[in-house]
Design a protein around this ligand. Structure first.
Ligand code: ATR
Length: 307
């Protein structure tokens, strides 16, 4: 079964040895890699638990939460396009997820009340540590595509980690004005440079983007530019210098033009696979309240991507 629909939830445990315990909801959801990410970890930990996909239409997220809980589901991941609707459907929302404007992890209590969290931001911080052996909070960061869902989560995490500089860049500048306000409230105020000055916004077409990139240590691409192999780099990649760390949230294709050209420029570069793995691992940690086997999760996804 590639995925269930909301009407098939009562049949989740038909003809299966292991109980349906965790699910990802989305639309479309057929290609979600979450089962391949989570199932190897659940099996290794000896959990009597299956992780499955459920297709949920817009407007049905709250109903899906209730039906899944009643069917014995312990935890849910939420993918596109439901991360905002999920936030609105939760009984409790983690404050960071509230600012990110998106929920990707649902935890139920014994009464079926659901708490919404966002593991994309903290998962990103872990991914940066893994890839570059540095703490996100020590880096001057430019987020290319900060107006999109992933960009917003990552920019919020940068503010939570108190990065010394956060430049938010987006094709559509208007999306960034309210974000700058919100994130300025988050960053600590005791620094010499005021919180307002530490967060800057810039349009992708502004000529001073080159200078903004030069002044940064970590460049993160969160735009969808690069998903197609023919896509250009989201900004001229000859602006990348050897001192830069470049992180592209795209992992398929494995090496976008931005990553290839950044490496040619002498920079260290990594793709979004580590973010996918760490955000998933964090969800599983919330649900099981224990450490999870990260390398098995990585292998599971890598195998799925090879298929
Ligand atoms: P989401 O659902 O996460 O909001 P999206 O619509 O795919 O995702 O857009 C993600 C990001 O990619 C946004 O920052 C978007 O810029 P806009 O806010 O201006 O739409 C950016 N993006 C998408 N296509 C782009 C392109 N061709 N050039 C530059 N940025 C682009």
């Amino acid at each position: 079964m590639k995925y269930y629909t909301i009407d098939q939830i009562s049949t989740l445990n038909h003809d299966h040895k292991k109980l349906a315990r965790f699910a990802v909801i989305g639309n479309p959801v057929e290609h979600s890699l979450s089962p391949q990410l989570h199932q190897p970890a659940l099996d290794d930990l000896g959990e009597d638990a299956r992780y499955l996909r459920v297709e949920v239409k817009a407007g049905q997220v709250r109903e899906a939460f209730q039906k899944l809980y009643s069917a014995g589901i312990h935890g849910i991941n939420v993918t596109v396009p439901h991360k905002l609707e999920a936030l609105e459907a939760c009984d409790i929302v983690d404050p960071a997820a509230q600012i990110m404007g998106a929920v990707n992890t649902i935890v139920f209590d014994q009464n079926g009340n659901c708490t919404g969290l966002n593991t994309d931001g903290p998962g990103f911080a872990r991914a940066i540590r893994e890839e570059f052996s540095v703490d996100l909070g020590d880096l001057k960061v430019v987020v290319i595509g900060a107006g999109g869902g992933a960009g917003r989560a990552i920019a919020t995490q940068c503010a939570i980690e108190n990065c010394p500089q956060i430049i938010l860049a987006n094709r559509t500048l208007e999306k960034l004005h309210p974000m700058k306000e919100q994130l300025s409230n988050l960053v600590a105020r005791e620094e010499l440079k005021g919180p307002r000055d530490r967060i800057e916004i810039i349009s992708l077409s502004d000529p001073s983007l080159e200078q903004a990139i030069e002044s940064s240590e970590l460049i993160v691409n969160t735009t969808s530019v690069g998903l197609k192999t023919i896509d250009p780099s989201p900004f001229p990649s000859h602006w990348v210098e050897p001192h830069h760390l470049v992180y592209d949230t795209i992992y398929n294709p494995e090496r976008t033009r931005l990553l290839r050209e950044s490496q040619d420029q002498g920079a260290r570069a990594a793709n979004g696979l580590s973010l996918l793995i760490h955000q998933g691992a964090l969800s599983l940690e919330y649900w099981l309240n224990r450490d999870v086997p990260l390398e098995l999760m990585r292998e599971g996804v890598k195998n799925a991507l090879r298929e």
